[in-house]
Design a protein around this ligand. Structure first.
Ligand SMILES: [Zn+2]
Length: 94
């Protein structure tokens, strides 16, 4: 495998073009492309290892999932925390 050089053309995912496009390497770190520039729209960005970003739908799903978790988790923890305290107060009465 030959060494990567500045200006080399590699495939990467362009978030502007929303697809895999040819990119030229503009920065190299540890023999890996660090920054690349899309050859189609000239948008410069960090090398993404050809991975597209999570879609908006996935982000929405994650947000929904977190919302559900936050509604379930606090109830479970607060209900368990209240029980022993309520007992102690009652026995302290008349
Ligand atoms: Zn592009």
């Amino acid at each position: 495998m030959r060494e990567l050089q500045l200006g080399d053309i590699i495939d990467d995912y362009c978030i502007k073009c929303k697809r895999l496009t040819n990119h030229s390497v503009v920065s190299i770190l540890n023999a890996q492309p660090a920054k690349v520039r899309c050859r189609t729209c000239y948008h410069e960005h960090d090398y993404r290892h050809e991975q597209p970003p999570p879609s908006r739908r996935d982000l929405k799903k994650q947000a929904l999932f977190r919302e559900v978790l936050s509604t379930i988790a606090p109830e479970a923890t607060s209900a368990e925390g209240k029980k022993p305290r309520a007992r102690g107060k009652k026995s302290a009465g008349p």
